[in-house]
Design a protein around this ligand. Structure first.
Ligand code: SF4
Length: 76
């Protein structure tokens, strides 16, 4: 049986849309840290156990400033 290769995901943030209030970090504190100004630090690939929390953060963002993408992928 062939299995599809695991897809690696990462979070991206639109720095223009983000207001830096930090709601994303409140709902996904093990995935997102905030910088000293309250903006999310989302660099790095997500482990399989982190993707669920990352999706929660994407849904919680009131500015739609967060999204998930495949590593090597594009937003469009
Ligand atoms: S919830 Fe959205 S707007 Fe607020 S800090 Fe996170 S990415 Fe920025």
């Amino acid at each position: 049986m062939n299995r599809a290769p695991a897809v690696t995901m990462r979070l991206r943030v639109d720095p223009v849309a983000c207001e830096g209030v930090g709601l994303c970090a409140q709902v996904a504190d093990r995935v997102i840290e905030l910088d000293r100004w309250g903006y999310p630090l989302v660099a790095g690939e997500l482990g399989p156990d982190q993707v669920k929390a990352a999706r929660r953060a994407v849904r919680a963002c009131p500015r739609r400033a967060l999204w998930l993408e495949e590593v090597g992928g594009d937003r469009g």
